[in-house]
Design a protein around this ligand. Structure first.
Ligand code: ARG
Length: 465
């Protein structure tokens, strides 16, 4: 080896890399996060090499023990960051060599860093995906629990953020349950698709050694080996699938977060946020700010940025591995910590928020939210076509608005002056309770329908009812 050249691949180099080359080349500052996966995959690889008589049982035992020692060191002291060793794969191997000597060099038989990084990263992403899924299940449990408590709590339902029709808080919360259910289904799809082992694809073309790819796939919990070595070493779909599912989930979380920001504002006053997830102001003592919710809302932007970053990295890359692909990790690592935090913050917020149900109910009663019920009454009780009923109702709302009173505070004489077909029974339809109870179509806001949604969700989650 030339002086100062790389100890792993420096055989044909006369001199070492420049300072810029060392720095731009190094992925160890971020890919050290893969150390557990790297060691796990190496242990599976060397066990297979021994089983196939590619290395001796004794050498394999030495290497395996050495890898355990490296793992224990990293666990206790962290991973050292030497730019000359470029990445986690070479860092582990270099330390293994220090520990067990030249026999360490047998570990890299029938393997390349290209299939190694593809394998390690898949293992890491699979874990991140499972962590997100477990977090989302907790969020679902919190949503279902609160929805069950509030199946009868009336609030205004909005379109255009204008009071539209009364709904129940339970119904509103279960809407988010459904979004999270789809997020979890996307994560499950992504997991099923990614669960193939690239190990043994080697640099790009496979290997001449008699390896057993099924064995390493099985040892690492994959369904089986990937089918095409060129694809396997250059595929990052698994990371994009995870990022896209997580980004879409973060959009849902940002919507829920925004609801809390709005609901916690003084003019709304629908919710008191948990102290544990709010902050005060250094100058305005009365303030309790929804910072956690605002950050969840903000993180969705960074999540979408991460998806975009990885997609742009992969765009136009010819087969097989290109060094651009080393840039795949920072956006995934960033997105994974953002989504984990966002899920945890929203779970705490849903579980511990104090809903101001009296205030919500008053807001529902204020905004002429039962105008549709008046129109529906005219259709069902007076056999008036809906369009005409809508017009009559509009006149009633206008009158109530002029007087500054609720719809059901108009007198029977007032109503009959608008349309003689209205009679006293209509007042039964104008309360917010009657309004939500009437919306008993499947998936509707009637408390019984909400309870049915909650019961089904609890069964899906195997929760005790
Ligand atoms: N540090 C590299 C990465 O993260 C590992 C693969 C390097 N392979 C290569 N042919 N230079 O992508």
């Amino acid at each position: 080896m030339g002086t100062g050249s790389n100890q792993m691949w420096g055989g044909r180099f006369a001199g070492g890399p420049s300072a810029v080359m060392r720095e731009i080349n190094a992925s160890i500052p971020f890919d050290k996060a893969l150390w557990r996966q790297d060691i796990t995959a190496s242990k599976a690889h060397v066990a297979m090499l021994a089983a196939q008589n590619i290395v001796s049982a004794e050498d394999a035992r030495t290497i395996d023990g050495g890898l355990d020692t490296v793992a224990a060191e990293y666990e206790a002291q962290g991973v050292p960051e030497d730019w000359d060793l470029e990445d986690i794969h070479m860092t582990v191997e270099a330390r293994l060599t220090e520990l067990v000597g030249p026999v360490a060099g047998r570990l890299h038989t029938a393997r390349s860093r290209n299939d190694q990084v593809a394998t390690d990263f898949r293992l890491w992403v699979r874990e991140a995906l499972e962590r997100a899924d477990a977090g989302l299940e907790m969020l679902q449990r919190a949503l279902v629990t609160r929805a069950g408590e509030h199946a009868d709590s009336i609030m205004p339902g909005f379109t255009h953020l204008q009071t539209a029709q009364p709904v129940t808080l339970g119904h509103h919360l279960m809407a988010y349950y459904e979004m999270i259910r789809r997020d979890r289904s996307r994560l499950a799809d992504a997991r099923a698709r990614m669960n193939e082992s690239p190990l043994g694809s080697a640099a790009l073309a496979g290997t001449g050694f008699p390896i057993d790819r099924d064995a390493t796939a099985q040892a690492l919990g994959f369904e089986g080996p990937t089918r095409n070595s060129l694809d396997a070493v250059s595929d990052r779909d698994f990371a994009m699938d995870y990022l896209m599912a997580a980004a879409q989930c973060s959009l849902h979380l940002s919507r829920l977060a925004e609801e809390f920001v709005i609901w916690a504002s003084q003019p709304f006053g629908f919710v008191r946020l948990p102290d544990a997830l709010s902050t005060g102001s250094s100058i305005m003592p009365q303030k309790k700010n929804p910072d956690a919710a605002e950050l969840v809302r903000g993180h969705a932007g960074r999540m979408v940025g991460a998806v975009t970053a990885l997609m742009m990295t992969m765009k136009g890359l010819p087969l097989a591995y290109s060094k651009d692909m080393q840039d795949d990790k920072p956006p995934v690592f960033e997105a994974a910590s953002l989504i984990d935090l966002s899920i945890a913050a929203m779970t705490g917020m849903v579980a511990d928020a104090t809903f101001q149900t009296e205030r919500m109910r008053q807001a529902a009663e204020l905004g002429y939210a039962t105008a549709t019920d008046l129109a529906d009454w005219l259709v069902t009780q007076a056999d008036i076509p809906f369009r005409e009923a809508h017009h009559i109702t509009g006149a009633a709302v206008k009158l109530a608005e002029q007087r500054g009173i609720a719809l059901d505070a108009l007198s029977l004489e007032d109503l009959q002056a608008i349309d003689a077909r209205l009679d006293a029974r209509v007042f039964d339809a104008l309360s917010v309770d009657a309004s939500v109870a009437a919306r008993a179509s499947y998936g509707g806001t009637a408390p019984d329908q909400v309870r049915a949604q909650v019961a089904r969700a609890m069964a899906d989650l195997e929760m005790d009812t």
